[in-house]
Design a protein around this ligand. Structure first.
Ligand code: CDT
Length: 308
């Protein structure tokens, strides 16, 4: 694949709590088919793309939670997505809840993979910055129990050469942390894929509800510019089980400019032309790390979580 191609966010509208995986996958396959028609080579689906955003509910029984997890990838339900993308020669990013058996110990992660045009899983990332809370907080209008249902990712911030592109992944809340973007930047990333489920309403600071779209683009654009990388942000959007999720899926250039942005809160392709060699405009100039970074002065970054 050349270093010039069309990348797209495959935004998904709401997914109902009882929506079967195969129906969601059928929606995704329709987006793959549209992507093929529009000449897309890279497609980015959202965080936890196969199900509703289940951390919004407190569930007492682990078996109930586990219904939202994948134990095999691709499963029989997800195989049609792999087949469609391979047939269309499209590489893709997919977020899902991952349950693994680690020498007899069950572990659960909020995970995303990259699949190349031949249908091979070539990259895996497990979310590091898990937002929300661990315990049931019934006073909230909805829960955000990622800290309860997932453990922190244990794979670091890998960057893999996929299809001639230095590719990396952040998952939702990760995109708000410059350290996470920088870890990818230090590994020479050229395209960051970031799926998200971001509720409009933030119960702890509701005065920020009106700023959710702004903060989303602020982080994606800053991360792109400060690291000289393309960013594809893919939302799960719209009113899902009574909870409004922001949209705003977009493709951002290494200059920080938004090249394309979603116009709806439903299933939608957001396409933009990418030229990976443009990353050097930033990487060789204003953010030339080798010339300008001063890492010996950054010790505090790894010496604790910081002050309030
Ligand atoms: N999915 C996810 O990480 N959502 C968070 C919501 C923050 S408020 C608990 C986000 O950063 O968008």
């Amino acid at each position: 694949m050349s270093r010039r191609f069309i990348a797209a966010a495959a935004q998904l509208g709401p997914i109902a709590r009882d929506e079967p995986r195969r129906d969601v996958v059928a929606r995704m396959v329709r987006l793959v088919e549209e992507a093929r028609r529009r000449g897309v080579s890279w497609l980015v689906f959202p965080e936890l793309a196969l199900t509703t955003f289940f951390p919004r509910w407190f569930m007492e029984r682990q078996s109930e939670v586990d219904r939202f997890f994948e134990t095999r990838m691709p499963s029989a339900d997800v195989q049609p997505l792999f087949d469609a993308a391979r047939g269309a020669e499209i590489a893709f990013h997919l977020g899902f809840a991952e349950k693994v058996d680690d020498s007899g110990v069950e572990r659960r992660f909020n995970t995303a993979i990259l699949v190349d045009r031949a249908g091979r899983i070539v990259h895996k990332y497990r979310k590091v910055h898990l937002p929300g809370h661990r315990d049931h907080e019934p006073q909230r209008p909805f829960q955000h129990l990622e800290k309860r249902y997932f453990e922190r990712g244990d794979l670091g911030f890998p960057v893999t050469t996929v299809e001639d592109c230095r590719a990396g992944v952040l998952i939702c809340n990760d995109r708000r942390w410059p350290e996470a973007f920088r870890m990818l930047g230090l590994n020479g990333v050229e395209m960051v894929m970031a799926g998200y489920n971001t509720p409009r309403h933030y119960p702890l600071a509701p005065e920020h509800d009106r700023l959710q779209d702004f903060h989303n683009h602020l982080c994606l654009q800053a991360g792109a510019y400060q690291n000289g990388t393309y960013v594809v942000g893919a939302a799960k959007a719209g009113v899902e089980e009574g909870c409004e999720l922001i949209g705003g899926s977009c493709v951002v250039a290494p200059t920080g400019e938004i090249l394309a942005v979603a116009a709806t809160l439903g299933d939608e392709l957001v396409c933009a032309a990418v030229d990976l060699d443009r990353c050097a405009e930033i990487k060789r100039n204003i953010f030339n790390f080798a010339q300008h970074r001063q890492p010996d002065t950054y010790g505090l970054l790894t010496q604790g979580v910081g002050q309030l």
